[in-house]
Design a protein around this ligand. Structure first.
Ligand code: DX5
Ligand code: ZN
Length: 239
């Protein structure tokens, strides 16, 4: 699965089809849909009909990020719309376990979202029940914001706990990701990268995606190389 999930929040609606066609041609598997209700965040975006339409025309999976005040009401709508991944905010407070169960019962991937100022520890009780955790690297509501640097440490802390618990929970980061921070984000332990502005508005999506992918792989290579060098100097000759 391609770990880059393009966000179409900043889309030019007259250009959406050609952009999605280009993403499909460049091996994108999952599209990130930022659902905003004007209540939980000060913006309104799109509803389940957009998920349904994209699914009817393209092979993508849809990752619906619900920035809504009443996820228990809207989760069924996005299940019916064909969303494959559905995440909602832990800050929406009520019925967290029930909402996760509703998503899992419909054989979708269930995710919990944390705002940048919500303690990472708040998601620890749910790590065995969910498929992914979305750590926001901007305050939700708008694309094109500046990446919040404390995200690196939050990712590492969460990754450490996920490994301790022995779960397969993936970590997703969303907001302000670009070629300058993606390598460090991967090294911190992030698995999935939601990218809107940097990718969506690039002149050459193919080239930008290749740069992003190399950055992620490159970092992995660096990490492996360093480990190899460490192993070598510690007498481990299996190089
Ligand atoms: C913000 C959204 C993000 C955003 C993508 O509330 O959740 O997905 O659209 O961020 P950028 O455009 O900064 O990559
Ligand atoms: Zn999002």
């Amino acid at each position: 699965m391609n770990p880059v999930f393009p966000s179409i929040l900043s889309t030019d609606y007259f250009d959406l089809k050609s952009k999605l066609t280009e993403f499909q041609a460049n091996k994108i598997d999952v599209i990130h849909l930022d659902v905003m209700d004007g209540n939980f965040v000060d913006n309104i975006s799109f509803g389940p009909a957009v998920a349904k339409t994209i699914k009817s025309k393209f092979d993508f999976q849809i990752d619906s990020h619900l920035m809504v005040g009443n996820p228990e009401k809207m989760i069924p709508w996005f299940i019916t719309s064909g969303s494959d991944w559905i995440s909602f905010h832990i800050e929406s407070k009520h019925k967290i376990a029930e909402n996760i169960a509703t998503i899992k019962k419909s054989n979708r991937k269930a995710g919990l979202v944390l705002n940048p100022d919500t303690e990472v520890e708040s998601v620890f009780p749910y790590l065995r029940d969910i498929d992914y955790i979305l750590l926001m690297s901007v305050f939700p509501g708008f694309g094109g914001q500046k990446f919040i640097e404390t995200t690196y440490e939050r990712v590492s802390k969460l990754k450490h706990r996920v490994k301790q618990e022995g779960t397969n929970c993936l970590i997703q980061v969303d907001g302000g990701i670009n070629v300058d921070n993606i390598g460090k984000l991967k090294a911190a332990g992030n698995d999935i990268f939601v990218i809107g502005t940097f990718l969506y508005n690039s002149e050459d999506i193919k080239k930008t995606l290749a740069t992003i992918t190399n950055k992620i792989a490159g970092d992995l290579y660096e990490k492996k190389r360093v480990n190899c060098v460490d192993r070598y100097f510690n007498g481990d000759k299996r190089m």
